[in-house]
Design a protein around this ligand. Sequence first.
Ligand SMILES: [Zn+2]
Length: 411
Amino acid sequence: MNMDSELQKHYAQLLGIGSPWEVKAVELKLLEKQVVIELGWQWGADAQCPECGRACSIHDCAPERTWRHLDTMQFATLIRARTPRANCSEHGVKTMAVPWAAPLGRFTLLFERFALDVLLASGSVSQACELLGIGWDTAQDFMRRAVERGLERRQLEGLKHLGMDEKSFRRGQSYITLLTDLEASRVLDVVEERTAEAADQLWETLSPEQKQAVEAVAVDMWEPFIRTIQKQVPDADIVHDKFHVSKYLGEAVDKVRRQEHKELMAQGDETLKGTRQLWLYNPQNFSPEQADEFSVLKDLQLKVARAWAAKELFSKFWEYHEAGWARRFFKDWFGWVSRSRLKPIIEVAQMLKRHLDHLLTYLKHHITNAVTEGLNSKIQSLKAAARGFRNFRNYRIRILFFCGKLNLYPL
Ligand SMILES: [Zn+2]
C-alpha cells in the first residue's frame, strides 16, 4: 500500500502534474508490455472553464480517454483519465483542458516533444515513425502543429538580406518558389509555382514594417521575380546572383563546345572528345593529369577555349569595389565578347547588359543565393527520403519543419 502511493507520487512527478490531478493507480501489464497510469481529479475540487479559466462546479466527467506517454523502459506507457466538465455560468458545460496534452491530442506533450526531437535527428519521417512506433499521419500531424506554433512565435525583426529562388517540385515543369533569410540561413516560406502571383503571395509572410527593413534581395534574372520584388520592397536593391551568372556562362561554354565538337567530328577530328568536364570545372580543382591535358587544349585556337576565357575573365567583375570601375570593365568585356562571334556567349552577355544595374548592386551587398542553394539540397534530400509528396501542403510543412529554424516545441 505504502509502496503504491510512493510509485503514484513518483509518476505524478514524472508527468509534471499536481493537485487537484492525482495518480490514482499504476498498472503494469506484463503481457501487453504496457504501463497504464490512471489519473483522477480530486474529489471536491472545483473545475476550471477552458474558455475563461473561472472556477466552476463540476457538471460531470467526460468519457475515459487514453493518451500515449513516453515509454517506461521498453513498456509503452499510457495515461488514462476522465476529465471533469466544468459548468460555467457564461460558457456552459465545457470539458476541461488537461495540462499533459493538447486538446484532442492522443499523445502527451512530453511524448510530442520527444517525437519532434527524433524527427529532427533522424531527418527521415519513415525512420522516425518506426523508432517511435507511430503512423505517418501522426508524424505529419506533429510536424504541422509544430510548424504552426513556430510560425506564430517567429521573430522577423531586422531582416536585411533575403533570397528568392525557384526549385523543381514533382517531375516535369513543376516548380516551387522559396523566400529565404540569407543571414540566418532559414526558409521563411514557400509557395507553389514560380509566377509573379505566387511570388507576391510569398511576401505576405512579412508585415509592412518587416518589408521596409529589407535592404537587398538576391535573385536570378527571372522577370516575374524581379517585378514582384520591385513592387513589394521598392526600396530594396535587387542583386543578381553571381552563381546564377556563372551557371549561364558555363552553359554557354558547353553549347560552344558541343557545336564545335560536332564540326570537328565531321572532319574526323576527336580533339574535343571527352573534354566536357574540363571546360566546366574550376581549374583549381584539376588533378595533375587534367591540368596537363587542359593546358594543351587551351592553346589550340579552339572556339570553346575563347568562350571559356570569356567566362573566366568575367569573374573579375565581382572583385571590384567601385561601381564605376566595374561598369568600365563590363564595357570592355562586352565589347570583346561581341566581336567573338560566339553566339551562345554573346546572348548571355546581352542578358547581363540588360541587368547590369542589378549586377553592380552585388559590389555593395555581397550577397548570393548560396545559402538558398544549400537549403535547396537539404530540401532535395527531404524529397528523396519521402519518395515524393502527396501534396504541396505536406511538402511546405516538411520544408518549414526542417529548414525554417522555428521554435517547434509544445513546451
Ligand atoms: Zn467560462
